[in-house]
Design a protein around this ligand. Sequence first.
Ligand code: DAS
Length: 336
Amino acid sequence: MRSSANTPNMARRIVILGVGGTIAASASSATKTHDYELTGTLDTVLAQVPQLGELARIGTEQVANVASHEVDNAVLLHLAKRVNEHLADPAVDGIVITHGTDTLEETAYFLHLVVKSDKPVVVTGAMRPSSALSADGPLNLYNAVRVAIHDGARGVGVLVVLDERVASARDVTKTHTSATDAFRALDSPELGALGGGKVLFAASPLRKHTRDTCFDLQAIQTLPQVDIVYGYQNGGTFFFKAAIEAGSRGIIFAATGNGSLSEAAKAGALMARERGIVFVRASRVAAGAVCECADDARYDTVAAGTLNPQKARVLTMLGLAHGMDTSALRHAFESY
Ligand code: DAS
């Protein structure tokens, strides 16, 4: 493991962007770790971690204040724009984002694909509300800033820091509804860890990200509608029809196993492709890749590889926004 630049650095300026989530929430008692409300703001969170001022010079902006299951494409685009604007400022050395954990991985992967800078971008949150016994938010935020001031966080894309783990936004996913170590990378090594007062980087992402992607938000104002249909026994075609009728430009099928297409899903794929709608085979299984197979040629579908359905949706939205067809999307799923 290599480690360096672990010391506080008051020459560095880190901007913390608040989006909301449990880190800013509170419940009616200290023993209640569910059924809480978003009562605070980024300022409330910062007040719990005065030690941040010993790590770097801190700037703040409340970009939104919502539970992350309410984050929509408009919030996503606004956040990404603000991240790029802050990073273009030579006086800013890195960004930390506080975000709800439910859809944190989607926002982090979106930023991983559209941020145009080598400067560190670290996303964090909390599994327990700020009012809880052993609330995890304050230490997660402190650690996120420690990672953001570390030289090893430059040029490695967007990082997710929770529970003393450092993971790539490409690979990390929420694996537990309540445990503080919910965020894990299931198909690749985590990039590092925090321990013994240090940030220890151990790996680098291999796929393209940030400055090396073809995605440029300056060219787009909105993201196309892409929806996820879940696979299960006895599933029919009506969810595919509903997505098509609702105006989806892409359908992600969270299929069983290795992206298996049931007869109903094959009919859904044919209906979609006849209308020019992209159809991506992902999997409801937590780990492992959905591999390209003969059905992709038969039904003109795209295999999601190791992207889970919610991240496949993010990549498909960006691909469609940049005019990609099925074949270009296949390439994107291999590259990003
Ligand atoms: N309230 C949920 C959210 O905003 C959960 C959380 O943040 O942990 O995503």
